[in-house]
Design a protein around this ligand. Structure first.
Ligand SMILES: Nc1ncnc2c1ncn2[C@@H]1O[C@H](COP(=O)(O)OP(=O)(O)OP(=O)(O)O)[C@@H](O)[C@H]1O
Length: 255
């Protein structure tokens, strides 16, 4: 892998569901340490792209590379190990466990052996993974929540803990499904600042988001889909003026 190798490279992607062409010859790249948004009206194919990259569905044609590695035919679990992870709109943290425990569960994805997997970290006060988890929380400004029960925390804080969990589990290409949905303005600002810091430290993002102010603040590139096809790509300020994009959104209740 060279410095010019994109973190995510999608080439000629095709996917049909029972004759419905959900994704048509889609190609785009996301450079390392950058954020790209995938936008388009309802049914355009955004979630399908996430499902194809994460391996929920197999593709009909095309290829997907992550950090130069061809993951097109890899099982989902192996894709996570190669650095690509997905965060869901519904946070998948365990509410009855503490923040730290949730992060440690995430780190088990990185276990290289059965022995590492069953290491009783609860019994080892200064376990390496525990130290890493505490440090990551501190660096994200979430250190005060380490020993709190996740279920008792505000939604915006849980969303950010979910990000820390994904990066600690080894994700360097992260797909975020509507990260700003359900957040109040101050939570949205905190999430935006957190994401900006992660991008600055080298994390690569692919984001599906309806809040265009949020998209504008973190994504320098936007890929617009309509009926599974890329109809425009570029900075939001440019693509939003594109007649094809404007036409695609006519009749849609979205911006
Ligand atoms: N598992 C599936 N089986 C059949 N059709 C599917 C399946 N998944 C997606 N589709 C179809 O593929 C097309 C793209 O859907 P997709 O959910 O990816 O769009 P989207 O852009 O994410 O929409 P939204 O913004 O509403 O979430 C739609 O026509 C949808 O009905």
């Amino acid at each position: 892998m060279t410095a010019a190798t994109p973190a995510l490279e999608i080439k000629g992607l095709q996917k049909s569901f029972a004759g419905v062409r959900a994704i048509r010859d889609l190609s785009f790249t996301v450079p390392k340490g950058h954020a790209t948004a995938l936008i388009g009206p309802n049914g355009a194919g955004k979630t399908t792209v996430f499902n194809l990259v994460s391996g929920v569905y197999g593709i009909d044609a095309g290829s997907i590379h992550v950090n130069g590695t061809d993951i097109t035919r890899m099982p989902s679990r192996q894709r996570i190990r190669s650095g690509v992870a997905r965060s869901f709109q519904n946070i998948r943290l365990m509410g009855h466990l503490s923040v730290l425990e949730n992060l440690l569960v995430g780190q088990h994805v990185r276990a290289s052996s059965l022995c590492a997997l069953i290491t009783p970290y609860r019994l080892i006060p200064n376990h390496k993974w525990k130290r890493e988890a505490r440090r990551a929380l501190e660096e994200s400004g979430l250190g005060q929540y380490a020993d709190e029960t996740v279920g008792a925390l505000p939604y915006g804080v849980r969303k950010r803990i979910d990000l820390v969990r994904a990066t600690l589990a080894g994700a360097n290409v992260l797909m975020l499904d509507e990260p700003a949905a359900g957040l109040n303005p101050s939570e949205t600002n905190a999430l935006r600042d957190h994401l900006k810091a992660l991008i600055a430290s080298g994390l690569t993002l692919l984001v599906v988001e309806h809040d265009m102010h949020f998209v504008d603040s973190i994504c320098e590139n936007v890929v617009v889909l309509n009926f599974g096809e890329k109809i425009a790509e570029g900075p939001l300020s440019v693509v939003r003026k594109d007649p094809k994009v404007r036409e695609a959104y006519i009749g849609s209740d979205e911006e």
